[in-house]
Design a protein. Structure first.
Length: 750
C-alpha cells in the first residue's frame, strides 16, 4: 500500500517553463484555419481606413504531455487575450477571463492526457460589463483582438512557489519584494514568498534567498528551515541586508537578481528568479517626488501599445524598442495609458531607467452595475499583483481615466490598491475632485486661462498626466500632425510643446512634473483613423517635437537643426550655437529665455515663452540664399555637437534601412522591425518634396507584416518586416510606384 501511494505522488524536480508561442492555428468566424505565432493579431488594419473588426476568433494547438509534465503541477498562462476569453482542454472548459489586458492563468494539473488539444475562444465585441466598457466606435484607442501576448506552461513539483494571479489573495501569492529601508550605506530587501504544499505528506525544506549583483556575486543571502503540512500554504518573510547597495534610478538603473530556492534533502524543489531594483519613493505637496530621498522632477509622456497593421500584438523585442525611443527623448517617466501593458515593456523600463505609471483599463466610461465594478476591483488587484516587483512602477493609476467617479466609488478602488500594498510600496494616482483618495492627484484643466491647477485637493501633490494636445484645438488640435502635413505643421506641434512645458515648469514641486500626450501616434476606430498627436508617428519616426524634449534632458551634448518658415530653429543643450552657410559662419547665438505670453499672443519661435525651460531653443533668421546649413554647438567654448541641413537635388534612388533601436530582429516568428525607404539625391539627401507610394517586397527569412504599398511622407515610407522562426537574411527591396527609383537592403534576424 505504501509503495502504491509513493508511486502516485507527483514527480519532483526544478521548475520548467515551456514556451507555447508557436504552432497555433486560428480562424475568425467561418474562415479556414490558418497558422499563427504569438503574439498574434487575427486582423490586419489597412492604413488610412476607419475600418474596425470585432467578433470571435478561435485558436487551437496540440499539446503532448512530456516526461517533464507527467505527474507534476502544470500551469497554462496566456499573458493576455482580447477581451472575453474561454479556454478549452480536450473539449472541456478549464478557464477564461472577462477582460483583455491581464493574464489568464489556468491549473492543468491532473487534466492532461498523452495527447491534448488546447482551444481558446476570444471575443473583442463591445461589452459594457468588461472594462474599459465603452463601445469601440466611441473609444479613443483600438481594443485590438486575438492572443496578442505570450503563452507558456509552468511546470513544478508539489512543493512550489505559487502564482500571484491564480492564488487571488491580497498582497500574497508568488514573490513580493519591498524595501522597508533604503539608503546608499545600508538597505533592507524584504522578500515574502508564498509556498504551497500540495503533496499528501508534510514537507520540511530550506527556503534560500540569494541576492546577486550584475556580475553574479552574492551581495547578501538568507535561509530558513520551514515545514508545511500536507495541503497547506504560507507566506514566509525574510529580510536581506545589503551593505553599500547600488540604488535604482533613471540615471543608474541598477538591477540585482534575486534567486528564491526551495531545497529539500539537498535537492532543488523549486526556484524563481526576480529582478530587484532597490529604491524608495515618497510624494508630498512640499517636496514633490522623492526617489531614494532625493527630489526628481518628473519629465513624462504617455504611451499606447499600438503599431500600424498589427495593432496591439507587439513582440517583446518591439516593446523594448519603444522604451529605447522614450528614453532617448529624455523622459524619465511614462504613463501606461489607458490599460495594463505588456510585462516586457515594464522589463525594458526596469533595464533602461524609465519610471512608469501602470493603469487600470478605462476611458470616459463608468458603469454602476455591480458586475462591472467588481471587475474593475479585480483588474486593480491583478495589475498590482502582476507588476508590483518592477522598480520602474512608482505610481499606480487605479481609477478609470477621465470618469471622475464619485468619492465612494473612488474609495473602493483606492482601498483595493492599498490592500495589495506592503511597506507602502503602492502609491496611487488619479483624476482629482474634492476629497479624492489618491496619493497623487492629476491636475485639472481650466479652459478660461488654459491652465492646469491642482486645487481640488490642495494638501496633496499633483501631476499633469496629459498636456500638449487637446488644449490646442480639441479633436482638431494643431498638435495632431503627420509628416504628410509638412515641416511647418510639424514645427507648430513642437511650438505647442515649448509653450506648454514653459508654462507648467514653475508649478514644481507641488506639481511633481508633467506628461506630454502622447509618445506615439495611435490607431483610433473613427474618422481620423490615426490620432496623430505623438512625438513620433505610428511608424516610430520622431517628429521635431521629439527632438525638443531630447534637448531638455539629454546627458550628452546635442544639436538638432529644424526650419520653421523664415527661421532656423536649433534644439540643443549647448551654451552657444554657431550658424554657417556653405562653410561661412553667419551668426552665433546663445539660448535666451523669453517672457511668457498668452498662447494667442505668442508667435512660434519668436524667443518668447522659453524663460522657464532648461534649454531654450536657439533661433536664427533663415539665410536668403540656398546652401548647406550647418549648426555647431559649443560648451565652454569647445565644439561638442553639430548638425547639417542640406538642400536636396534631383531624386536618383531609394535609400533603404532598418531601425531596430539596438535590438535586432528576433527569429521567433512574431517580432517585426520598421524598414524605411527614402527618396534621395546623388549625395544621399532625402528629397522631402517627393510624392507617391513605395512598394516593398521581402524574401528569405522574413515577410512583410503590413501592406506592400505605403505612401511617402516628406520623402520617406515605412514598412514593417517580420522574421520567420529561422534566423537568417531578409532581402528587402523598395520601388517607387509608377517610377524608376529603387533600392534594397538586408535585414538579419537572430
Amino acid at each position: 500500500m505504501l509503495l502504491l501511494a509513493l508511486a502516485l505522488l507527483p514527480a519532483t524536480g526544478p521548475r520548467v517553463r515551456i514556451d507555447l508561442n508557436q504552432e497555433w492555428e486560428f480562424r475568425r468566424a467561418s474562415d479556414k484555419w490558418s497558422r499563427a505565432t504569438l503574439p498574434h493579431s487575427p486582423w490586419t488594419r489597412p492604413l488610412g481606413a476607419d475600418e474596425i473588426w470585432q467578433g470571435v476568433t478561435e485558436y487551437r494547438r496540440g499539446l503532448d504531455e512530456t516526461s517533464q509534465m507527467r505527474g507534476r503541477r502544470v500551469l497554462l498562462t496566456l499573458e493576455a487575450a482580447m477581451q472575453s476569453s474561454e479556454v478549452m482542454l480536450n473539449g472541456q472548459r478549464v478557464g477564461g477571463r472577462q477582460g483583455g489586458y491581464l493574464p489568464v492563468v489556468i491549473d492543468l494539473t491532473g487534466k492532461l492526457k498523452p495527447h491534448n488539444e488546447i482551444r481558446v475562444r476570444v471575443d473583442n465585441s463591445n461589452n459594457p460589463l468588461i472594462p474599459p466598457g465603452k463601445p469601440q466606435k466611441e473609444l479613443d484607442f483600438m481594443y485590438g483582438c486575438g492572443l496578442y501576448r505570450n503563452a507558456y506552461l509552468t511546470v513544478t513539483g508539489p512543493l512550489y512557489i505559487t502564482d500571484s494571479i491564480l492564488e487571488d489573495k491580497p498582497h500574497s501569492g508568488g514573490i513580493y519584494v519591498t524595501e522597508p529601508l533604503v539608503s546608499a550605506r545600508r538597505s533592507v530587501v524584504r522578500v515574502r514568498t508564498h509556498i504551497r504544499n500540495s503533496s499528501p505528506r508534510p514537507r520540511t525544506f530550506r527556503l534560500v534567498q540569494l541576492l546577486k549583483d550584475r556580475t553574479g556575486r552574492i551581495a547578501t543571502q538568507s535561509q530558513t528551515k520551514e515545514t508545511l503540512a500536507a495541503g497547506t500554504d504560507t507566506q514566509f518573510a525574510q529580510d536581506l541586508t545589503v551593505a553599500n547597495p547600488k540604488l535604482w534610478s533613471p540615471d543608474s538603473p541598477y538591477l540585482y537578481s534575486l534567486e528564491t530556492e526551495i531545497e529539500e534533502t539537498g535537492r532543488d524543489e523549486d526556484e524563481v528568479v526576480t529582478r530587484v531594483g532597490i529604491r524608495s519613493v515618497e510624494v508630498s505637496r512640499e517636496k514633490g517626488f522623492l526617489l531614494n530621498g532625493r527630489p526628481v522632477r518628473l519629465v513624462g509622456t504617455n504611451r499606447h501599445q499600438d503599431y500600424p497593421w498589427i495593432g496591439i500584438a507587439l513582440s517583446d523585442a518591439a516593446q523594448y524598442r519603444d522604451a529605447v525611443l522614450i528614453k532617448r527623448a529624455g523622459h524619465n517617466i511614462v504613463r501606461l495609458s489607458h490599460y495594463p501593458q505588456s510585462p516586457a515593456f515594464l522589463d525594458a523600463c526596469d533595464d533602461l531607467g524609465i519610471m512608469t505609471i501602470p493603469c487600470a483599463a478605462g476611458w470616459q466610461f463608468m458603469n454602476n452595475d455591480p458586475v462591472f465594478r467588481a471587475r474593475v476591483d479585480q483588474d486593480i488587484r491583478e495589475l498590482i499583483r502582476r507588476d508590483r516587483n518592477h522598480p520602474s512602477a512608482v505610481l499606480w493609476e487605479t481609477n478609470l481615466n477621465e470618469t471622475y467617479a464619485p468619492n465612494d466609488v473612488a474609495d473602493e478602488w483606492n482601498v483595493a490598491a492599498k490592500e495589495e500594498s506592503l511597506d507602502g510600496r503602492i502609491l496611487t494616482s488619479g483624476d482629482g475632485r474634492k476629497g479624492s483618495p489618491w496619493d497623487v492627484i492629476y491636475n485639472q484643466w481650466r479652459d478660461k486661462d488654459m491652465s492646469r491647477p491642482q486645487d481640488a485637493n490642495p494638501e496633496k501633490p499633483g501631476y499633469i498626466r496629459e498636456y500638449g494636445d487637446y488644449e490646442f484645438g480639441g479633436a482638431h488640435s494643431s498638435s495632431r500632425v503627420r509628416f504628410a502635413d509638412g515641416q511647418d505643421a510639424l514645427m507648430r506641434q513642437a511650438w505647442n510643446e515649448v509653450w506648454s512645458l514653459n508654462r507648467y515648469r514653475p508649478q514644481y514641486p507641488w506639481t511633481m512634473g508633467a506628461g506630454t500626450w502622447v509618445m506615439f501616434d495611435h490607431n483610433v476606430p473613427w474618422d481620423f483613423r490615426i490620432s496623430a498627436c505623438g512625438l513620433a508617428d505610428l511608424f516610430r519616426r520622431p517628429k521635431p517635437a521629439y527632438w525638443f524634449f531630447a534637448s531638455q534632458e539629454a546627458k550628452a551634448p546635442m544639436a538638432k537643426v529644424e526650419t520653421y518658415r523664415d527661421k532656423i530653429v536649433v534644439f540643443t543643450n549647448c551654451d552657444e550655437v554657431a550658424l554657417s552657410l556653405d562653410g561661412k559662419r553667419l551668426a552665433t547665438e546663445r539660448p535666451r529665455g523669453g517672457p511668457a505670453t498668452a498662447y494667442d499672443k505668442a508667435r512660434p519661435f519668436d524667443g518668447s515663452n522659453t524663460g522657464n525651460l532648461a534649454h531654450p531653443p536657439v533661433v536664427f533668421e533663415r539665410p536668403r540664399a540656398d546652401g548647406v546649413i550647418r549648426v555647431d554647438g559649443f560648451a565652454h567654448g569647445r565644439l561638442v555637437a553639430s548638425d547639417v541641413l542640406r538642400p536636396a537635388g534631383k531624386p536618383v534612388r531609394l535609400k533603404v534601412w532598418e531601425e531596430d533601436m539596438g535590438r535586432p530582429l528576433q527569429a521567433d516568428g512574431a517580432d517585426a522591425v520598421f524598414v524605411r525607404a527614402a527618396v534621395v539625391d546623388g549625395k544621399g539627401v532625402i528629397v522631402t518634396g517627393a510624392e507617391g507610394s513605395i512598394r516593398f517586397a521581402a524574401s528569405g527569412a522574413g515577410t512583410i507584416a503590413g501592406e506592400a504599398e505605403v505612401p511617402l511622407e516628406m520623402g520617406v515610407a515605412s514598412e514593417l518586416i517580420r522574421g520567420t522562426t529561422r534566423p537568417g537574411a531578409i532581402s528587402v527591396s523598395a520601388r517607387l510606384v509608377g517610377g524608376n527609383l529603387a533600392g534594397s537592403s538586408v535585414v538579419r534576424s537572430r
